[in-house]
Design a protein around this ligand. Structure first.
Ligand SMILES: CC(C)(COP(=O)(O)OP(=O)(O)OC[C@H]1O[C@@H](n2cnc3c(N)ncnc32)[C@H](O)[C@@H]1OP(=O)(O)O)[C@@H](O)C(=O)NCCC(=O)NCCS
Length: 162
């Protein structure tokens, strides 16, 4: 198995995660977003060119007032801090439960950690309660003012890879 930046060699036409907007995104939108530099997209494949799963990364920010006071009080008094946003994560329906979601999440953690642009936290948008449950299993916490936006401090991720 390998995880590469999305490219023309990936055959996305049949990707099916059971979540139509996530399927439509990789089929029709991801390449444009990459070209326009508003997101990057990483794809998991095995022997075939058909993706088993994918995720996207982009820059975002977190308002200091949305962080728990226990964390914000240790930060400089900027209005917001930089963060890495994993805007989308999907595993193909027939490959669920094989820890591929975990593999993709850890790969995204690793890329965010290695990036030379500093980010304070890694942020996700859980689309429903099941997705929130998945992220909670990896110690994500809710961002207070935002519905299902969740985060984990990069310092926690760094400990995972130490
Ligand atoms: C969420 C998703 C990416 C998980 O991928 P997956 O490959 O099926 O999950 P994994 O096999 O890697 O699961 C790893 C661990 O996460 C946890 N987990 C997975 N789904 C979970 C859920 N719905 N609730 C709570 N924990 C969950 C489990 O602890 C699991 O470990 P276990 O094997 O000990 O039970 C996948 O179900 C998916 O694509 N869902 C549709 C799209 C989606 O919801 N994307 C997420 C954000 S929008």
């Amino acid at each position: 198995m390998r995880i590469d930046a999305l490219n023309d060699g990936h055959d996305r036409t049949a990707f099916e995660s059971g979540v139509e907007p996530l399927d439509r995104y990789i089929r029709t939108q991801a390449s444009q977003d990459i070209r326009k530099r508003v997101a990057s997209c990483f794809v998991l494949t095995d022997v075939s060119a058909a993706p088993l799963g994918y995720y996207t990364l982009a820059a975002t920010s977190i308002s200091l007032t949305d962080l728990p006071a226990s964390l914000s009080k240790k930060l400089p008094r900027y209005p917001a801090v930089p963060a890495t946003l994993m805007g989308r994560l999907a595993v193909a329906s027939q490959h669920r439960g094989r820890r591929l979601g975990e593999l993709l999440l850890l790969d995204a953690f690793s890329r965010a950690l290695r990036a030379e642009i500093a980010t304070y936290a890694f942020v996700v948008d859980a689309k429903d309660e099941a997705a929130a449950g998945f992220y909670r299993a990896y110690d994500f916490q809710p961002l207070t003012a935002e519905g299902r936006r969740m985060f984990i401090p990069m310092a926690e991720i760094a400990k995972l890879f130490a």
